[in-house]
Design a protein around this ligand. Structure first.
Ligand code: NDP
Length: 246
């Protein structure tokens, strides 16, 4: 059986932030990483950097709102490496705003990327994991789902939907074939809030990130910890915040 550091690991949302840091961390520990996102130029740069450091990485254009893209990512792992050990469903967007703004398109986009994207990953990899008799879903939720604050209603709701989905999948997988891990980070310094439309709110979030945020490498190390456990040990939930976050 392949050792903890020789796993074949697919990561969505790998073109920046937590996903990119996780790719670097896992590759440095000996995993082969298959990286998916829409910005393939960023993925290509990341792959080149990992390879220059002696690691193994490949890039694939993946839009997680498209079910077929997740299937291609999983199929690529099997075609190239004979198996997939871990799927890190990390792609996400945060379009934070009060409900009264009625940004319905943004609500739907968060459901499409943050929830449907995760479900697409499960539907693509679960049959394979069952066939293999082993496999590991790692999914990025958020502390937003644990401490509810104004402007994050849909984002937090969707992240909690992901958490409960993973818990149900865990309970359905006690035959030992599938492990699930939900990572819930607090403020992490990434590009996540750069996409918030309202400039005042964007500036506020950026300030929070700059003042409080931890580096994405901290989340990457937590993911590596979960991934490197032996098959009979499942790290179900990891919550990590900046120490000063309330
Ligand atoms: P970034 O904005 O840096 O990264 C988001 C990633 O998601 C990018 O690689 C982006 O790639 C990808 N992505 C977005 N939409 C899609 C899509 N439709 N298909 C495929 N990939 C997509 O932010 P983070 O690193 O912070 O975010 C990673 C995860 O962490 C998210 O799920 C986020 O909700 C979660 N999180 C972040 C926190 C933080 O404080 N930063 C706190 C808690 C949770 P591309 O645009 O190239 O497709």
């Amino acid at each position: 059986m392949n050792g903890p550091n020789e796993k074949i690991i697919a990561i969505t949302g790998a073109s920046s932030g937590i996903g990119a840091a996780t790719a670097r961390e896992l590759a440095a520990r000996g995993a082969t990483v298959l990286l998916g996102a829409r910005r393939t130029d960023r993925l290509d740069e990341l792959v080149a950097g990992i390879r220059a450091d002696g690691g193994r990485a490949e890039a694939l254009a993946v839009d997680v709102t498209r079910r077929a893209d997740l299937q291609r990512l999983v199929d690529r792992a099997v075609e190239g490496h004979g198996r997939l050990d871990v799927l890190v469903s990390n792609a996400g967007i945060a379009r934070v705003a009060p409900m009264t703004d009625l940004d319905v398109d943004d609500w739907e986009a968060m459901i499409d990327v943050n929830l449907r994207g995760v479900l697409h990953g499960i539907s693509a990899a679960l049959p394979l994991f069952r066939r293999q008799g082993r496999g590991h879903f790692v999914t990025t939720a958020s502390t937003s789902g644990l401490k509810i604050v104004p402007t994050q209603a849909v984002y937090a709701g969707v992240k909690n939907a992901v958490r409960t989905t993973m818990e149900a999948l865990r309970q359905e997988s006690t035959d030992g074939s599938v492990r699930t891990t939900t990572i819930s980070p607090g403020y992490v310094r990434t590009e996540l809030v750069d996409h918030v439309e309202d400039p005042v709110r964007r500036a506020q979030y950026r300030q929070n990130m700059a003042e409080l945020g931890i580096g994405p490498d901290a989340v990457a190390r937590a993911i590596a910890f979960a991934v490197e456990q032996p098959d009979d040990v499942e790290i179900g939930d990891i919550v990590l915040r900046p120490t000063r976050q309330d």
